[in-house]
Design a protein around this ligand. Sequence first.
Ligand SMILES: [Mg+2]
Length: 368
Amino acid sequence: MIPQHAPRALPTALLLSSLPARRRWWRWWGDRQFFVGGSFSSSGRRCRFCCGRAARRMGGVSGNDVATALAEKAALAMVVADPASLERKKAAVRDRGTDNLQVIADFDGTLTRYWIDGCRGQTSHGLLKSNPETDAKIQAQYEYYHPLEYSPAIPIDEKTKLMEEWWEKTHSLLIEGGLTFDDIQKSVSSANIGFRDGVVELFEFLEEKDVPVLVFSAGVADVIEEVFRQKLHRSFRNIKVVSNRMAFDNGRLVAFKGKTIHVLNKNEHALDMAAPVHDQLGDSNGSSDNSAFVKKRTNVLLLGDHTGDLGMSDGLNYENRISVGFLNDNVEKSLKTYQEAFDMVLLNDASMYGVLELVSQLCSPDKQ
Ligand SMILES: [Mg+2]
């Protein structure tokens, strides 16, 4: 499925939109039906490439040409290791209907872009700014604990304790530092963070089909909801953010609610932390979904950018799970691992249009 409001005139830049804007270049050949493009970082040391076939080069192309070009662009950036297995899963999900489907999505690097205008996009964890002293203490915690998070030498139960320790220290520092809701709004406003192309269309489609979306994050729900507010300027009644939630008193952070959600426990066990995004945005058309209702939806489309994100469906006794992995960087090094872990892998900070196409197939009983 391609968004109906896709532009009728297709600039070349649209086909190369996954590349950073800085020092972007492209060349055409084969009667201008094929292109190769790339962009260099400001230092000139880093280069990213893409290539593909365009429906037509510039201006005046038909809507069908645009659809073809966008679909081809999505296909170019997609790898499916076992197409027969994926087709079986798609058929099983389709047969059970949209009433049994839910989407579970990671936030950073999955719904949001990895690269923005040639720079590494910020994460919801990393964008929060309090005051220089608190920010320095939080950075020191990061430098101590982050290597431990990825250390293969630490057993998982010990690592889980370390992650709890890290999150709780960071939360305490934010409280002691006097973070305000105004700080969150300003941090998001100045942050280099943005959603992938096609995310809004995906959410609109799922909302129309009444398919719930759980956004799981080990960050902070209040920050993520502010990113939704500032970057999308609208709410979706079917989306819930499952993340750490702040409590404010007169606009100042005083506590975190409930159990800490960190990188090693963000899964459906944490559903009691969920709160609808629309509640925060004042949307009166609330969803009646609750965690029990979501747990009855036993077909899952899982979106993540890390193999650890596959654990987001832990705690859910699912019948069928289709997993989509965004492999944003180091493709050559990580492709084999991602191919083995995910049913579908989208490469190089791809758009969400490949997922939109997949979802439209899952929600169309007549599609084969
Ligand atoms: Mg992520």
